[in-house]
Design a protein around this ligand. Structure first.
Ligand SMILES: [Fe+2]
Length: 162
């Protein structure tokens, strides 16, 4: 009994739907992190810039993993015309020295990913262990990244800047 069996088609399609949403979330995160790793000005921005630069590669790797799993489940990775943006909170701030805006946006993006990936882990439990295992590892990355940015925010708050 496997998720790849003929009679598991409806479960498989549901998993593909969840993975497709995850794929687009990663792609949009890559776009947002590219802009937010270039736009910020000021001495204080450097740590955020470097952290986001590293994370672009990680999120891109996640998108590739979600895409590969969609294919393994006999799905098709969507084309760019299917994309619709959702990350209003990660648009460039009015002032490019507004680092707190970027930090809060990253925390919100990571929280969205964490919520969705927990949903996938729950749905695939006992249904698709391979997807579940992959998403647990990706979830770990997102939790680590959110924790890092929560630390940045705490520092800004301590200094009365947030
Ligand atoms: Fe990610």
């Amino acid at each position: 009994m496997s998720i790849l069996d003929d009679d598991k088609r409806s479960e498989r399609e549901e998993v593909i739907g969840l993975l497709t949403k995850a794929y687009w979330m990663e792609i949009e995160t890559v776009m947002s992190y590219i802009s937010n790793s270039i736009n910020p000005d000021g001495v204080r921005a450097q740590e955020i810039i470097e952290s986001l630069q590293e994370d672009i590669q990680e999120e891109l790797g996640h998108a590739q993993q979600f895409g590969s799993r969609i294919k393994e489940l006999y799905g098709v990775v969507p084309g760019s015309l299917d994309f619709s943006a959702e990350q209003s909170y990660l648009q460039p701030p009015d002032e490019q020295t507004d680092i707190v805006h970027v930090i809060k946006g990253v925390i919100e993006a990571e929280t969205g990913a964490i919520d969705h990936y927990n949903k996938i882990i729950e749905f695939t439990d006992g249904v698709d262990p391979v997807t579940q295992d992959m998403v647990i590892t990706i979830l770990h990355d997102e939790e680590g990244h959110r924790r890092l940015f929560e630390g940045f925010l705490r520092e800004y708050e301590k200094e009365g800047l947030a």
